[in-house]
Design a protein around this ligand. Structure first.
Ligand code: PAF
Length: 284
């Protein structure tokens, strides 16, 4: 696997692969890779001949009080994991390479409605930062397909919308969340948890599973279900940011008639913010 740091080198390497008739897959990441990321690369490697990954901790998607500076940077370990998962090329640019004129004058991509509410409410500007950097990366790599984790459910919805709305010829694949044995969704942020917090963390997904079971059993009083779930995770030691049942595609509050729904939540343990979701197709 080759690692390149400039857009020029990236374009040259991708052009070489294309000239050999290879189809290009892309997995954008912020590094500190775990087996959830490896699953994205493996999925891409099953579908295409040449897999490009990127590692870029994108300042544009972090709020002023967020963890940009303490976000773990683990390039050597990440490179090893990427090789094992079947990646062919790593793009690891600097902030200056991505935003040569500075972030203040950077053209922004914003996806209305889907970016508002849920994580968008507590992280203003976050999805604009994500949509902007993903659009830039897509234009740099020009992949045939790109793979994202379903754990970031709202992010995936935003990216699907931007690709559709800006007519980008890129197939977007959502890959199921990889979980620890006790159900906790793998996340780079799990590394911030103390032993005690780590033991509490699976309670979030357990509450979601209980809500899912009730919905699958025919319960449609979503406000009651949500009230109970919020109480449960508060009692477990979380501070809830949101815990909602939404329509699985447009993310509007779910109605009793919706068949495609997602239970979606963000909650803090101490200062660490965890997100998770559970998607239900009630026709299946
Ligand atoms: O999900 C992430 O790691 C990031 O939001 C992404 C998609 C790489 C954009 O910076």
């Amino acid at each position: 696997m080759n690692t390149v740091k400039t857009v020029k080198e990236l374009r040259a390497a991708v052009a070489r692969a294309r000239s050999e008739g290879k189809r290009i897959g892309f997995v954008p990441t912020m590094g500190n890779l775990h087996s959830g990321h490896a699953a994205l690369v493996t999925k891409a490697a099953q579908r295409v001949d040449f897999v490009v990954a990127s590692i870029f901790v994108n300042p544009l998607q972090f709020g002023p009080a967020e963890d940009l500076d303490k976000y773990p940077r683990t390039l050597a370990a990440d490179q090893e994991k990427l090789v094992q998962a079947g990646c062919h090329l790593l793009f690891a640019p600097t902030v200056e390479e991505m935003y040569p004129d500075g972030m203040g004058v950077q053209t922004r991509v914003s996806v209305p409605h889907l970016s508002e509410g849920l994580c968008g409410a507590s992280r203003p500007g976050h999805f604009e930062g994500v949509a902007t950097v993903v659009s830039k990366l897509f234009n740099m790599v020009q992949p045939d397909l790109a793979v994202f984790g379903q754990k970031d459910y709202q992010q995936l919805a935003v990216i699907r919308a931007l690709v559709r709305d800006l007519n980008m010829p890129i197939q977007i694949i959502g890959e199921p969340t990889v979980r620890a044995e006790d159900g906790l969704a793998l996340s780079s942020r799990n590394g911030y948890l103390t032993t005690e917090q780590r033991a509490t963390a699976p309670a979030l997904y357990r509450s979601m599973q209980q809500v899912a079971k009730a919905i699958e059993g025919g319960e449609r009083d979503y406000e009651r279900l949500l009230g109970e779930a919020r109480e449960q995770i508060t009692a477990a030691g979380f501070k809830t940011d949101y815990f909602e049942i939404r329509h699985g595609i447009n993310l509007r509050p779910a109605t009793a008639e919706d068949r495609d729904v997602v239970i979606i939540a963000a909650a803090y343990i101490g200062s660490t913010r965890l997100i998770d979701n559970l998607h239900l197709n009630l026709d299946a």
